[in-house]
Design a protein around this ligand. Structure first.
Ligand code: NAP
Ligand code: MG
Length: 469
C-alpha cells in the first residue's frame, strides 16, 4: 500500500516489506517514510486542523458515523488483514475488527458531547456579578504512535477521539503492522473526512520518531507501546500534552475460596490470547498455597489443549509471535527461570516465531518471567500464604495496568480493589477484559492518561475558561 501524507497517497523508492509472521511471506510493501515526509505531514495536518475546527460537532459525528458504516461492510477484510500482518488467530482478528468499529461508533457519539461547565464565580470573594464557563477546544495536531499487537483497534482509540474532538491526526503505525491503519485511513477519506485531517506516515520509529514527537507543531502525543520507547518519547516531546499507554506484567490472584475451574478457564484465555502479546496479558498467577496444586492440575490440560499453527485456520488457538527474537526472548526467560528452580509443567519449546503455550510453576517473584514484561505465551505460577502476602507480591513491580482476583469473599475483593496498584481491577475474571467505552490506562510505569473515547476526548482537548465581567 501507499502511505497517506500531505493529502495524497504516495510511494517512495525505498519500501518496507510487511511479512506474515506465520510463514515469513511478503503480504505487501509500504513506503519507508523519512523526516521530510514527517515535515510534509505536519505542515499539511496544520491545515487539516483548521478545516476540522470549522466543522460542527454534528458534522464530525456524521463523518465518523459514516466511517463506521463502511467498516461494517469491510469487517471480514479488516479481520483478515489484522491476522495476516499481526499473526493473531482469525477469530481474534475478526473480534478486533468488530471492536474497532465499536470504538469508532463511541467516538462518533463523543463528537456530539464536547461540553463545558458553568463555574460558580459568585462563590469567590471577588466574583460577585461575574459569569464564568469552560470551553473545550481541540489541541490542533495530534501524533498517534501505535504498537503492533492491536494494529486496528488501538489506532481507532486514538484517531476516533482525536477527530471527534476536532483535531487533525498523524498516525505512525508500527512498522510490522501498517496495513490495518492504512485501510482505516481509506475508510475515513471515503466517509468524507477533510483530506488533510488525517495523515499516515509509515517508516521506522527509531528513525522518524524524533522528527514527529519533538516537533513543536504537534500539540498532543498519544502513544501506546513499550515503556522504553514511551520514556524516550517523553524525553523529546518538550512542552506538549502526552498520553502514555505502556506495558505490564499483569497478576492474577487465586484465593483459597476461588472456583478453580473458572480460574483455570480464565487463565487459559487471558494468558494466551494473541500468543500472550497483549499489554494486560495474565503473566503472573499468584495462587494460595491451599489450592496451588489443584489449580495447576486444572490449568495444565487447558493449556495443552491450545492448538498452535497457522492463525488463519479456524481451529488454531495460538499463532506465531510477531518476530523471532521475541520468541527467543520468551524461551530464554523460561530457561533462566528453570535454571533458578522453577518447573515447566507443560510447553517450553520454540520453533522460529512459534512458542508453545507454556505453564511454569514454582516461579520466584524476582525471576525475569515474573518481574519484567514477558509479552509471550507463557504463564508463571507463584505460591502465597495469605492475602497480605498476595497483595504485596502483586504490587512488587513497577507496572500497574491490569490485575485480577478470584474470590467469593467480598471483603477480600474490596481489599484487593483498594490496595492493588493497577489501572484496572477484575474480580472473578482474568486480567484481559476490556469494554472499549471504559476508562483504560495504567498506573506507575504502565503509563499516564486514559483511553476509551469519552476519556480520550478529554485528553485530546484543552480547557479554556471564559469570564464575563
Ligand atoms: P514499541 O516497540 O514500543 O513500538 C510502539 C511504536 O513506537 C511503534 O510504532 C514503533 O515504531 C514506535 N517507535 C519506536 N521507536 C520510536 C521512537 N524513538 N520514537 C517514536 N516512536 C517510536 O512497542 P511494540 O513492540 O509495537 O508493542 C508492544 C508494547 O506495547 C508492549 O510493551 C505492550 O505492553 C505495549 N502495549 C500497551 C498497551 C496499553 O494500552 N497500555 C496496549 C498495547 C500494547 P516501529 O514499529 O517502527 O519501531
Ligand atoms: Mg517492540
Amino acid at each position: 500500500m501507499k502511505m497517506y501524507v500531505g493529502g495524497k497517497w504516495i510511494d517512495k523508492s525505498e519500501t518496507i516489506d510487511v511479512l506474515n509472521p506465520f510463514d515469513g511471506s511478503v503480504i505487501d510493501t509500504v513506503p519507508r517514510g523519512d523526516a521530510s515526509d514527517v515535515d510534509t505531514a505536519i505542515a499539511s495536518a496544520e491545515r487539516g486542523a483548521e478545516a476540522m475546527a470549522t466543522l460542527s460537532g454534528y458534522e464530525r459525528y456524521t463523518i465518523l458515523h459514516r466511517a463506521t458504516e463502511i467498516m461494517e461492510e469491510r469487517l471480514e477484510d479488516l479481520g483478515r488483514t489484522i491476522t495476516l500482518e499481526e499473526g493473531k488467530v482469525i477469530a481474534e482478528g475478526r473480534g478486533e475488527a468488530a471492536r474497532a468499529q465499536e470504538t469508532m461508533t463511541l467516538s462518533a457519539e463523543e463528537a456530539k458531547r464536547l461540553g463545558g461547565e458553568v463555574v460558580p464565580l459568585d462563590g469567590a470573594s471577588n466574583g460577585a456579578g461575574k459569569f464564568g464557563f469552560t470551553l473545550r477546544v481541540p489541541c490542533g495536531v495530534v501524533a498517534a504512535v501505535t504498537p503492533f499487537n492491536f494494529p486496528l483497534n488501538l489506532v481507532c482509540h486514538k484517531v476516533g477521539p482525536g477527530l471527534a474532538a476536532g483535531n487533525a491526526v498523524i498516525v505512525k503505525p508500527a512498522t510490522d503492522t501498517p496495513l490495518s491503519a492504512l485501510k482505516l485511513v481509506e475508510i475515513l477519506l471515503e466517509a468524507g473526512l477533510p483530506a488533510e485531517a488525517i495523515q499516515c506516515v509509515t517508516g521506522s520509529g527509531s528513525s522518524i520518531g524524533d522528527s514527529l514527537c519533538g516537533d513543536p507543531r504537534i500539540r498532543k502525543i498519544s502513544f501506546t507501546g513499550s515503556k522504553e520507547v514511551g520514556e524516550h518519547i517523553c524525553s523529546v516531546a518538550g512542552l506538549k500534552k502526552v498520553t502514555m499507554e505502556l506495558g505490564s506484567n499483569a497478576p492474577l490472584i487465586v484465593m483459597e475460596d476461588a472456583d478453580i475451574d473458572r480460574v483455570a478457564d480464565a487463565t487459559a484465555v487471558t494468558g494466551f490470547a494473541n500468543a500472550g502479546q497483549v499489554c494486560i496479558s495474565t503473566q503472573r498467577v499468584l495462587a494460595s498455597e491451599k489450592i496451588y496444586g489443584d489449580f495447576i492440575d486444572a490449568l495444565t490440560p487447558r493449556v495443552e489443549a491450545l492448538i498452535t499453527g497457522n492463525p488463519i485456520e479456524e481451529s488454531v488457538k495460538v499463532g506465531p509471535m510477531i518476530r523471532e527474537p521475541d520468541a527467543e526472548r520468551v524461551n530464554d526467560w523460561i530457561d533462566e527461570a528453570v535454571g533458578g528452580g522453577a518447573r515447566v509443567v507443560t510447553g517450553g519449546a520454540r520453533e522460529g516465531h512459534m512458542h508453545q503455550p507454556t505453564l511454569v510453576a514454582d516461579v520466584d517473584p524476582d525471576m525475569k518471567i515474573s518481574c519484567d514484561e514477558l509479552f509471550g505465551p507463557a504463564v508463571g505460577v507463584t505460591k502465597f500464604s495469605d492475602i497480605d502476602a498476595a497483595i504485596e507480591m502483586a504490587n512488587r513491580t513497577n507496572y500497574g495496568l491490569s490485575a485480577a482476583v478470584f474470590t467469593q469473599n467480598i471483603d477480600w475483593a474490596m481489599a484487593f480493589a483498594h490496595r492493588v496498584q493497577s489501572g484496572s481491577i477484575h474480580v472473578n475474571w482474568g486480567t484481559v477484559w476490556r469494554a472499549d467505552l471504559m476508562p483504560y490506562g495504567g498506573l506507575k510505569d504502565s503509563g499516564m492518561g486514559k483511553e476509551g473515547p469519552k476519556y480520550a476526548v478529554e485528553e485530546m482537548t484543552e480547557m479554556k475558561m471564559v469570564v464575563i465581567h
